[in-house]
Design a protein around this ligand. Structure first.
Ligand code: SAM
Ligand code: DTB
Ligand code: SF4
Length: 358
């Protein structure tokens, strides 16, 4: 947080004279980093008039980030399909008949080649996903650890999403130099069992604790467009903002309704609902990177601009997400140029562990 805000707060609350009106005092207070947002407060923000909401989010965004950088994160599916979980949105679950098969874990060299290409195109973070319910110790996990080392040695930030993790597995990922772990809450605790029956919300929270204890950055967010209410959306954001410290990255996904999944017929998300989610996440978690994630492909340039205006400052960059399409890199670069936004360089100040092909 910029030091002048602390000074201002000090002046307001500890000075002999309160220099500002009660409304502006409240405004400054509302910008403080908080972990105690209530459902009603969050819902009121989420449902506030759109222009007020975007303006408030934009002010907080400028104060905490300046206006000019967007993190470009590339995604690669290391192990696609065949997952034993029954997440209703996911084309990779064995419980649904989609056209996603059951692949093997990718080879180290192929992963490194893909990461190098992503880096050349301008990505600073490389995210690797596996369609696993949880990590199992053994040869495959060892190979993933090696991939983390290898991608880190390219000077990129590394992120993996591998399902549930034990404390020890999180520690080993940290040792390999992992920057961030992605593990989404996906929806509210109240709506959770309408979407997934093979695990519960508390399982998710436990993995998040293990990641934090290992000193790895947290990437945690969710999905809209699965039939949840505004209250469910607010509850999810409230719980994310209740994490202390806030997650460093908050991916906001719009459901990609894949044929063969139970959610295949969900109507498309209203793009302005995504703007509302980005803005509310920005207001609740001023310092986090809010990532405009799945579903961006279906958004107009104008809707994306509104999301950036509302505080989104990260995107998935590359022609593919895990199994579905994403916006073309060239198109993204053109949009960012037009907006005056530049790609964020990688933040890799940790010494990178030595690498070897497995
Ligand atoms: N298996 C791991 C897990 O679930 O934690 C990691 C991979 S999983 C595919 C990562 C995230 O992708 C999910 O938590 C969900 O938020 C998002 N996701 C998956 N399918 C999606 C879809 N069809 N639309 C939007 N987001 C999706
Ligand atoms: C996240 O929040 N979104 C990404 C990433 N984390 C791993 C995944 C989106 C997947 C969209 C559907 C697919 O391509 O399979
Ligand atoms: Fe498996 Fe993850 Fe897909 Fe759920 S979201 S079915 S855990 S790959």
């Amino acid at each position: 947080m910029p030091p002048y805000r602390d000074a201002l707060r000090h002046l307001l609350f500890h000075g002999h004279h309160n220099l500002l009106s009660p409304e502006s005092t409240l405004q400054v207070m509302s910008d403080a980093i908080r972990h105690d947002w209530s459902t009603e407060e969050t819902l009121a923000i989420l449902q506030s008039p759109l222009l007020d909401l975007v303006q408030r989010a934009r002010t907080i965004h400028s104060d905490h980030h300046g206006n000019d950088s967007v993190q470009l994160a590339s995604l690669l599916s290391l192990k696609t399909g065949g997952c034993s979980e029954d997440c209703n949105y996911c084309p990779q679950s064995v419980h649904h008949s989609t056209n996603v098969g059951n692949g093997d874990l990718m080879a180290y060299d192929q992963v490194l080649d893909t990461a190098r290409k992503a880096r050349e195109l301008g990505a600073s973070r490389f995210c690797m996903g596996a369609a696993w319910r949880q990590v199992h110790d053994g040869e495959e996990f060892d190979r993933v650890l090696n991939m983390v080392r290898g991608v880190g040695a390219l000077g990129m930030e590394t992120c993996v999403t591998l399902g549930m993790l034990s404390q020890d597995q999180a520690r080993r990922l940290a040792e390999a130099g992992l920057t961030a772990y992605n593990h989404n809450l996906d929806t509210s605790p109240e709506y959770y069992n309408k979407i997934i029956s093979t695990r519960d919300f508390e399982d998710r929270m436990e993995t998040l604790r293990h990641v934090r204890e290992a000193g790895i950055s947290l990437c945690v967010g969710g999905i809209i467009g699965m039939g949840e209410s505004d209250r469910d959306r607010a509850r999810m954001l409230e719980i994310l903002a209740g994490l202390d410290p806030h997650p460093e990255s908050v991916p906001i996904n719009a459901l990609v309704a894949v044929v063969g999944t139970p959610l295949e017929n969900r109507p498309p998300v209203d793009p302005l609902d995504l703007v509302r989610m980005c803005a509310t996440a920005r207001i609740l978690m001023p310092e986090s990177r809010v990532r405009l994630s799945a579903g961006r492909h279906q958004l107009s340039r104008e809707a994306q601009v509104l999301c950036f205006l509302a505080g989104a400052n990260s995107i998935f960059y590359g022609e593919k997400l895990l199994t579905t399409a994403n916006t073309e890199c060239e198109e993204d670069r053109r949009l960012l140029r037009e907006l005056g936004l530049s790609p964020l360089p990688p933040d890799v100040d940790k010494p990178t562990p030595a690498t070897s092909a497995a």
